[in-house]
Design a protein around this ligand. Structure first.
Ligand code: HEC
Length: 143
């Protein structure tokens, strides 16, 4: 490949990676709500997959959750709520810990990591979520 072509190719690659990163950003309350719905269904599927010892689904579910929580973290950082961002980081770390434990066949570490993940849902919801008719929302005054 000649040099010019290589440079052009690299530019396209960078542009598309940046494009993907941007499209994955959560930058509105609607996006946030949609992301949490996916978190909810993925977490339920993950829990059943663990009970069923379905390793492939556990691996893909934890990867999805880690990616979503990184986006959640980015949202809270952008909103200047570092405490919520830190809980999201813990959630992503716990999802990754489940995956590493499974990959390393350290099965005794899976349940504690799952409990740590579930605890982050509770902690963040207690602090930042409230029930409204037909669903939930971010507590007023937080953003
Ligand atoms: C960093 C904070 C944070 C973490 C961690 C978090 N959530 Fe949420 N979640 C929220 C907030 C705030 C809302 C309310 C926003 C909304 O409903 O639009 C919410 C809403 C939800 C909803 C309701 C969505 C709807 O409208 O029906 C579900 C389901 C949910 N979360 C599941 C989970 C699960 C499961 C976990 C853990 C695996 C989790 N969340 C972790 C902050 C968090």
């Amino acid at each position: 490949m000649d040099k010019q072509l290589l440079v052009a190719f690299a530019a396209v690659l960078v542009a598309s990676v940046v494009g993907i990163a941007q499209s994955d950003e959560i930058d509105s309350e609607e996006d946030y709500d949609a992301a949490m719905k996916v978190v909810g269904t993925t977490f339920r599927a993950l829990t059943s997959a663990m009970d069923a010892r379905d390793g492939d689904t556990v691996l893909s579910g934890t990867a999805t959750l880690a990616g979503l929580f990184e986006q959640v973290e980015g949202f809270w950082e952008a909103q200047n709520v570092p405490t919520a961002a830190a809980i999201a980081t813990e959630a992503a770390d716990a999802a990754n810990a489940i995956r590493s434990a499974l990959e390393a066949q350290a099965f005794q570490e899976i349940a504690p990591a799952r409990d740590a993940l579930a605890a982050t849902c509770q902690t963040c919801h207690n602090e930042y979520r409230e029930q409204v008719d037909g669903g939930t929302r971010i507590k007023p005054g937080v953003l």
